[in-house]
Design a binder for this molecule. Sequence first.
Ligand code: ZN
Length: 299
Amino acid sequence: MPAIIIFFASFSVSLHKSLPFLLRKKKSSQQKQYSGDKTGPDHWGLLDPAYVTCDDGMQQSPVDINKNSLSRFVTCAKKSLDFDYKPIKDAVAHFNGHTVEIDWTPGPKTHNNSITIGKKQYNLVQFHFHTPSEHRINGRHADAELHLVHRNPEDKSLAVIGVLLQAQATNVPFFKYITALHKSVLAAIKPSSSPSNPSLEALLQDTACYGTQPIGEEGTKVDHKVPVINFSPLVHALKGFTPRWEYSGSLTTPPCSESVAWNVMHDPYPIGLEQLRALVDLQGYNARDIMDSRGAAHK
Ligand SMILES: [Zn+2]
């Protein structure tokens, strides 16, 4: 049972009985829709010769972290993981119709946010979200997953930090730009609509509804300027998250490049329910199927 169901079940007596059923039904159909869409994961390998690894790769992500994968290719990470992050100013939260993403290219006088795994350094290049999580723990999704994507400046190899996100009632400062971007997208799509102020039950219903189409249809692109993103609370939490799991995998979207150093955090980080709802409203279901036989999709 996904964490979101557990959260909802404990949160609202009136929705206790109806939501889990609703979620299972809706999520299942959305999962099929995301995978089977003509530009979705089932077709990535055919869309472009550069995407052939999506079909033929042998170290594809995401994976289910369980007894089996832990005995084969996932390890409890032993190398040190250090963050050298400072707040970023004048970032742009970008919505491309499918994903909320913040790209980051530091200027000549700007601090280069980076991580060091063991002795190897990687610079932050972008971060984005999946709803629900792509990685699963013993078959279970988290409500969402944050991917912090880094690149080594010399050999260009990639390292991604996967942070499972779990909904809570109160909003979390780090994710403020999500609701701001959501408002910008709504304004771009429906210029005449006024901001809504839904009740908590309406929020629960909406967030549960992975069955709805993402509001930004194909071709919708909206940028929202963010004056500052402060990583301190997130990084502080990540430093304390143990264990973390390490494996060599791939990008989970085209071109599905391999030899990505994955570090998936065991402990979930909180995200506000309203923030999760905005994310789901924007992205819909955008989690690739588990690739647990190292290359073949597992539904
Ligand atoms: Zn991702």
